[in-house]
Design a protein around this ligand. Structure first.
Ligand SMILES: Nc1ncnc2c1ncn2[C@@H]1O[C@H](COP(=O)(O)OP(=O)(O)OP(=O)(O)O)[C@@H](O)[C@H]1O
Length: 275
């Protein structure tokens, strides 16, 4: 069953059509990747799904209900969390506090409880701290709770972003380039973490990723955007052989006789190159 669907989704910026008529169906408990050259519309898609941008036409359904016109905080409350291409943490706060902030919408006590510091307040705070610590342990950050977020190595900052997203208790997790800037070992660990999120926590994951080795390794399904349009979709193996995809990445005429130089096969050509 599709947990998330977009139907004829269209978003314009003035004369530029960033998304044109995009249909997408993200199956529950799957890892679904969105790829495409620079400017293809991937981030715009994420921004529409999460309520940061309002589509000009079409609809977005989450668990069968339209979310296309909801504010970002309401979309998050419904169970859609995201991470960003450029890490967005509260850099001067501790690792633990970054996750506690994410948990805040779920912490239950009244203003009076908070002001008077009633037992209910302390109980809720302790439960939140336990949950935050569990999430940090889950993503591999146990023992680092009291470090300042800015002092974490880059790979750990990405893990912390995921822990904070998990604090929203989402059903759907949107990851924007989760392995960007990582070394090969960090990338492998991130791939394993993403798989565990699906297999152990039952999450559905939609990710934007430029590293084709990661995409091919991890995805159940791949959707390819180019100039705002969906040009291909399918299992990784089929998508990497699709002539339209090869052309989108390497330029017109490239599909004929390309053979093994496809960036998705050897990871050496530049996936960022526009047609
Ligand atoms: N707020 C905006 N105002 C005007 N144009 C925008 C805006 N956001 C995106 N665009 C344009 O929409 C198109 C799609 O951009 P988008 O960022 O979604 O692409 P992308 O696939 O995420 O690219 P990248 O891989 O470089 O992140 C681009 O031409 C971009 O310049």
């Amino acid at each position: 069953m599709a947990l998330l669907e977009t139907r004829h989704l269209t978003k314009r910026f003035g004369g530029l059509v960033a998304l044109r008529d995009v249909d997408l169906a993200v199956t529950e408990r799957s890892i679904h990747s969105v790829i495409g050259p620079n400017g293809a519309g991937k981030t715009t898609l994420f921004n529409c799904i999460t309520g940061f941008l309002r589509p000009d036409a079409g609809d977005i359904l989450f668990a069968g209900s339209s979310i296309a016109r909801l504010r970002p905080d309401l979309v998050a409350q419904l169970g859609i969390a995201r991470t960003y291409q450029n890490i967005r943490l509260f850099k001067h706060l501790s690792v633990l506090d970054n996750v506690l902030i994410g948990l805040h919408p779920h912490v239950r006590y009244s203003l009076i409880d908070a002001v008077v510091r009633t037992p209910r307040y302390w109980q809720a705070e302790r439960a939140a701290e336990r949950e935050a610590r569990d999430l940090l342990a889950y993503v591999g950050l146990a023992g680092k709770e009291f470090l300042t977020a800015a002092n974490l190595p880059y790979g750990d900052q990405r893990r912390l972003e995921i822990a904070r997203a998990l604090a929203l208790r989402p059903q759907l997790l949107l990851l924007d380039e989760p392995t960007a800037g990582m070394n090969p070992q960090e990338t492998d660990e991130m791939i394993q973490l993403i798989r565990r999120l699906r297999d152990e926590r039952g999450l559905t994951i939609l990710l934007i990723e430029h590293d084709m080795k990661v995409v091919m390794n991890i995805s159940d399904l791949v959707t390819v955007l180019d100039f705002g349009e969906k040009i291909a979709e399918g299992p990784p193996d089929a998508v990497r052989r699709d002539p339209r995809v090869i052309e989108a990445y390497l330029g017109r005429g490239a599909a004929s006789g390309l053979g093994t130089s496809m960036p998705m096969q050897d990871g050496e050509a530049q996936p960022h190159a526009t047609a």
